[in-house]
Design a protein around this ligand. Structure first.
Ligand code: SF4
Length: 480
């Protein structure tokens, strides 16, 4: 009997947020009860299963090559299993976790285990990743991964794998989830209908990585996947596409086809859905419970400055109300601190939330990630507050640190106004009111608002600490 070569596919945890909300500062300085409370909430959050599986690794784990067995290692739940024998480890690298990825890769390679690095960070910055890996997989790896595994099977791993063109998603590539442990996740029913985004928001790298042309899977493949996934997990489905209504006629055909299946689902859409009545009806009929919409800014000058052009400010509120009236709850994501924002912006955001009765508001701070246009611009303008070459600066946090200087608002005033804004949006009273008011999934809306009350509490704590440091030690935040 020949033994199969063992491949581990690794997903790394972020430093805070849904992976275990924690302060970025040493909690040892907090009082005993505060430390205990934060630890207890962190454990509760993990047990409440906000986590969703890593779809990219599900896709790679579904690639079958004779003589190869693949295992997903989700390090949000377990340490890397060094006690097992591995023939290859693939690590998916996002910029926020790049330092951790390089550390793990070094440890594995020192034990003689070959490492392939792939994912968004590696695709954008291959040169800085090359020294940390035996091989790089650049670009969308749906087809590349078969090559990697075939070369591993024949003992001829190459140092680099790249595609000339992104994969044609209309070719059937069934996604499996055999290597996922159901009870770890909020749901294992993740479906991606296509990739690419026609828009060019300057703070986003989706269009940089996946291109501007929408590439879609076949509707028959998607329906088959929904039916297959439903067999072993009856929970809600998550359509992960950034704008599930980007191509309204495709979305209409898809959700008309799914309507008879009786699933419940949530996804991400643009607020233009409020002006697409036939599609909105198909969403509601097919079981849509909630949508995340990227409002980003209600300031026209900020939308212009950051190329967020797909919705008009004056239409936003009406669209949101129309979507909620169809029975779908809305998570509305804002960014405060964009280039057209002023100290008057928080009041406008508060009015907007009250007027539209958004079910879960998300009040984010701009994160200028390397590889985005806004990062390049802020660096040129000397507004970054950290060393652009220090990867640890890009750790994922939940509004817990400022990475740049806002254009129109002095940093201390910004932190104070952001903190006041989140204090007014998130508290237990608002959480209960929004939970009761939500058009659907009321318990989830309540839970999310309570969860965010805790996360934004951490955000205020950490921003206050950052401000103290800025005052005490200007050099720390002005390394650029
Ligand atoms: S933020 Fe959304 S709409 Fe804008 S480029 Fe990114 S994916 Fe596209």
């Amino acid at each position: 009997m020949t033994t199969k070569k063992q491949v581990a596919l690794v997903f790394l945890p972020s430093d805070s947020g849904v992976d275990g909300a924690r302060s970025l500062y040493d909690e040892g300085s907090d009082s005993g009860p505060v430390r205990w409370f934060n630890g207890a909430v962190r454990n509760l959050i993990k047990k409440t299963q906000f986590a969703i599986p890593p779809l990219a690794l599900m896709i790679l784990a579904s690639v079958e090559v004779p003589g190869i067995e693949q295992t997903i290692c989700d390090l949000r739940f377990e340490p890397f299993p060094f006690d097992r024998s591995w023939d290859l480890v693939g690590i998916s690298v996002q910029t926020g976790m790049a330092s951790k990825a390089f550390g793990l890769a070094g440890e594995l390679r020192s034990r003689g285990i070959p490492v392939v690095l792939g994912g968004p960070h590696v695709t954008m910055f291959p040169d800085s990743c090359r020294p940390h890996a035996d091989a790089l997989a650049l670009g969308e790896a749906d087809d590349l991964w078969k090559e990697v595994l075939s070369d591993l099977a024949s003992g001829s791993l190459k140092p680099e794998y790249r595609t000339d063109a992104p994969p044609d998603l209309s070719i059937s590539r069934p996604v499996g989830k055999a290597s996922l442990k159901n009870n770890r996740y909020f749901t294992t029913n993740l479906i991606q209908t296509g990739r690419g985004c026609p828009y060019r928001c300057d703070f986003c790298n989706v269009h940089v990585l996946n291109g501007h042309v929408l590439r879609q899977r076949r509707i028959s493949d998607l329906v088959e996947e929904v039916l297959r996934f439903r067999e072993d997990d009856r929970r809600i489905f998550f359509f992960v596409d950034d704008s599930i209504n980007a191509d309204p006629s495709f979305a209409l055909e898809l959700f008309d086809s799914l309507a008879p299946l009786g699933i419940r689902w949530f996804g991400q859409a643009t607020t233009a859905l409020g002006q697409q009545p036939r599609l909105l009806d198909a969403f509601a009929r097919s079981g849509c419970q909630a949508l995340l919409v990227g409002i980003e800014s209600i300031e026209p000058s900020s939308r212009d400055a950051h190329r967020k052009t797909q919705n008009r400010t004056e239409e936003l509120a009406g669209n949101i109300k129309a979507i909620r009236q169809s029975g779908i709850s809305l998570y509305g994501s804002f960014i405060y601190g964009l280039d057209g924002d002023t100290l008057g912006t928080p009041a406008a955001i508060l009015d907007f939330i009250a007027d539209t009765r958004l079910d879960v508001p998300g009040i984010n701070i701009l994160r200028p990630n390397p590889g985005t246009k806004v990062f390049d611009r802020l660096r040129e303008e000397g507004r970054l507050l950290f060393d652009p070459d220090d990867l640890s600066s890009f750790r994922y946090t939940f509004g817990q640190e400022m990475l740049y200087r806002p254009k129109n608002i002095p940093l201390p005033d910004f932190i104070e106004s952001y903190s006041e804004l989140t204090r007014r949006v998130f508290n237990v009273g608002n959480a209960i009111r929004r939970g009761m008011d939500a058009p659907s999934i009321k318990p989830a809306v309540l839970l999310f608002n309570l969860f965010y009350s805790h996360l934004y509490n951490l955000s205020r704590h950490d921003l206050r600490r950052q401000l103290e440091r800025v005052t005490a030690d200007k050099i720390h935040f002005e390394r650029t």
